[in-house]
Design a protein around this ligand. Structure first.
Ligand code: ADP
Length: 687
């Protein structure tokens, strides 16, 4: 090879190399341009986080020019002043880089125009040719839009959660608020129906009563429906005795349909002691189906059937049927009745059987919540069968648990025999004056003794010194509510620690009912209630009392008199004075009240005026009267008082004695007045 040729070869080689480098450089430029176009801001900082290089993409991202950034500490120029969290985050990243680690993190920075930008930063340590760490490089990606979206979604979710809670609270409150006056409307119309009114007035009362009930059903249904639809209802399982549940259900409807030629039958093939189920929900399904059956059946029968369908492992599927001999449903409407707001047109106006058309839609949803299925079969004018199947786990129950408590009205003690002991004493805690009046009239008619207080505080107070046989307690009252009052009565030593307490409640919220049981209530009477519901409870209490025979009823062995005094009275002394002559007793009691009304103010002013003579006079005058109305202990107190005055008791002492007996006298006055009313009724009835 000649020199010339050798030079040519070398030249070619150099050309190729050059071409190679050029291409590589071009690629590098292309790559750089690509990276720059990716909208990724690049920035380099040294080991002390001082910015050493800023690429144009970072400039356009933040609005700062390279000159404004280079030489400054990144956190000082880019972070919001006082953003402690981000500052800590950067320090943590710094430590990672010192250890040679790369990482990706999110951080908010402040752009030059003051706007907050959220960045995802991928940071990596940077080394020089000798492998020494000289700082780190960060690739910054603007995620402000995503972040804002995320934040507003989160905010919307929180707002919707808050709104949901507010709605639930609102519904619960409204249900209570609407039902309370409605209770009074319906209750008063029951009472009005029982008075002497002419046919025209009776018709009006019937309309009030029907419309009231209609409105109540509507409110209940809308509440239930909104709860089921918004998924607020959860299935809470506990052992349920299906035999008891269905027998009680049948019994409830037997009582409800007394005025119709309708027999309520059961065919229950249930061997298990208990299955795991949500009793409240299951009961609601049955109540809805039974109410429909009752509504659309004028005569014949309604039969409740329960039969096992399949047993797989410990899952037992039951088929339940509510079959009636009522008006039936046209075949083309069978499917539709489970949809919302479906009912025969004009039902409400035509015969007052109207509902909301929500009952079966709610029922279906509840059955589905329990993993079940519901359907109906029907023949027009012959009757309807609604079937539903539900799988249950078999519950293991302790065999010696005889003390099961359940929380629905239908579980309130039931008895066809409504013997009520007239000596029962009842406390009613209820703040609504119309409801007070309603229940007091019911109790007046029954002829038992009762006290009404208007809040939980007064209930607690009276329970501390007066024994009752049963307490009816409104759940929501001013000062102290029914829950707290019950808790107090159960937890403190007082004569009513074990007295049965029934909630009088207009609440639709299952939690409230559960809470009522938890604080120690026995059961519920849902407002508006029928007088029979109160009677049933009183009859049950009478039975229990008879069994315990805890106190001697007045003239137990004397057939000449069956009037029973409230147990605060000393019946022995009454027997001694009046020997069972109620008319005479009544006269004496009336005199006592008159005398008290006359003498008490005089005694009081004598004491206040320091008039010892007159004070002694009235103490003496009143002394024997208490025994005459069955309070010999108060007579003894007055005796002692009189003696003390005679022995020279000073004015302050006389006043102290008065203070010591004042509330007793008020109580006696109340009790005697109540007994007067009861005796009058008793005499009226027996003549
Ligand atoms: P409503 O609250 O109006 O009773 P439901 O959803 O419970 O609403 O029932 C929807 C409709 O289905 C009723 O209006 C009635 O027309 C019909 N229906 C339901 N059960 C029966 C039944 N046992 N017998 C006859 N018709 C029934």
């Amino acid at each position: 090879m000649t020199d010339k040729e050798r030079i040519k070869l070398l030249e070619d080689k150099i050309k190729n190399l050059h071409e190679g480098y050029r291409k590589q450089l071009l690629n590098l430029e292309k790559f750089k341009a690509m990276v720059m176009n990716l909208n990724l801001g690049l920035m380099i900082v040294d080991n002390d986080e001082i910015i050493t290089k800023v690429y144009s993409s970072f400039e356009s991202l933040t609005g700062y020019t390279a000159e404004e950034l280079v030489g400054k500490k990144a956190s000082e120029v880019l972070l919001r002043k006082g953003d402690v969290i981000s500052d800590l985050q950067l320090k943590e990243q710094h430590t990672l880089r010192e250890n040679g680690d790369s990482s990706v993190y999110e951080i908010p920075i402040i752009a030059k125009n003051g706007e907050e930008l959220w960045l995802t930063i991928s940071g990596a340590p940077l080394y020089d040719d000798n492998g020494d760490k000289i700082g780190s490089i960060g690739i910054h990606w603007d995620i402000t839009r995503q972040k804002r979206l995320q934040q507003s979604l989160q905010q919307a979710r929180e707002e919707s959660d808050r709104a949901k809670h507010a709605e639930e609270r609102f519904l619960a409150k409204m249900s209570h608020e609407i039902r309370t006056p409605l209770n009074a409307v319906i209750g008063m119309s029951y009472l009005l129906k029982g008075t002497e009114i002419n046919e025209e007035q009776k018709e009006y009362v019937d309309v009030i009563s029907r419309s009231g009930n209609l409105l109540l059903n509507l409110i209940n249904d809308i509440l239930d429906y909104s709860k089921v639809s918004s998924g607020q209802i959860q299935v809470r399982q506990a052992p349920v005795d299906l035999n008891v549940l269905l027998t009680d259900l049948a019994q409830t409807f037997r009582l409800k349909t007394l005025d119709k030629p309708l027999s309520i039958k059961t065919e229950i093939d249930v061997e298990e002691d208990a299955v795991l189920a949500d009793e409240t929900l299951l009961n609601q399904v049955f109540m809805n189906l039974m109410s429909n059956a009752e509504k659309f059946t004028e005569e014949g029968s309604i039969t409740i059937t329960a039969e096992p369908l399949a047993e797989i492992g410990d899952t037992l599927t039951y088929q339940f049927t509510v079959e009636d001999t009522g008006s039936g449903i046209a075949p083309d409407r069978l499917e539709a009745i489970f949809q919302e707001f479906v009912q025969e047109e004009g039902v409400i106006l035509r015969d007052g059987k109207g509902g909301t058309g929500l009952g079966l839609a709610i029922t279906k949803k509840i059955v589905e919540l329990m993993d079940g299925k519901i359907w109906a079969e029907s023949t027009l004018n012959l009757g309807t069968s609604v079937h539903f199947v539900v799988p249950f786990q078999i519950a293991k129950v302790e065999t010696n648990d005889g003390n099961k408590r359940t929380g629905v009205t239908s579980d309130a003690p039931k008895s066809t025999d409504t013997k009520i002991d007239s000596s029962l004493s009842i406390l009613v805690a209820e703040d609504n004056s119309m409801n007070q009046k309603y229940i007091s009239r019911i109790l007046d008619k029954i002829g038992v003794y009762y006290e009404i207080v208007e809040n939980g505080h007064l209930a607690q107070k009276i329970c501390g010194h007066q024994k009752f046989d049963v307490i009816f307690m409104d759940l929501f009252m001013p000062l102290i509510d029914g829950f707290d009052a019950t808790k107090h009565i159960r937890k403190t030593e007082n004569p009513n620690k074990h007295t049965p307490i029934y909630a009088l409640t207009a609440t639709a919220v299952a939690q409230h009912k559960k809470r009522a049981l938890t604080v120690g209530m026995e059961g519920f009477i849902s407002k508006p209630f029928h007088p029979n519901e109160i009677k049933q409870v009183l009859s049950e209490i009478t039975k229990q009392k008879d069994q315990n025979a805890s106190h001697t009823l007045f003239l137990d062995n004397d057939n000449s008199m069956t009037f029973n005094f409230h147990e605060s009275f000393d019946t022995e002394s009454l027997k001694m004075y009046y020997d069972g002559d109620i008319e005479y007793t009544l006269e004496m009691f009336e005199i006592f009240i008159d005398q008290l009304a006359e003498s008490l103010p005089l005694l009081k002013s004598a004491i206040e005026g320091g008039d010892r003579l007159n004070a002694r006079h009235y103490v003496h005058k009143l002394k024997p009267t208490f025994t005459m109305v069955g309070f010999p202990r108060t007579t003894t107190y007055f005796e002692k008082w009189e003696r003390m005055i005679d022995d020279g008791l000073d004015n302050q002492g006389i006043e102290n004695q008065w203070e010591g007996v004042r509330s007793d006298i008020i109580g006696i006055n109340r009790l005697v007045s109540q007994e007067i009313e009861r005796m009058r009724l008793y005499i009226q009835r027996s003549s």
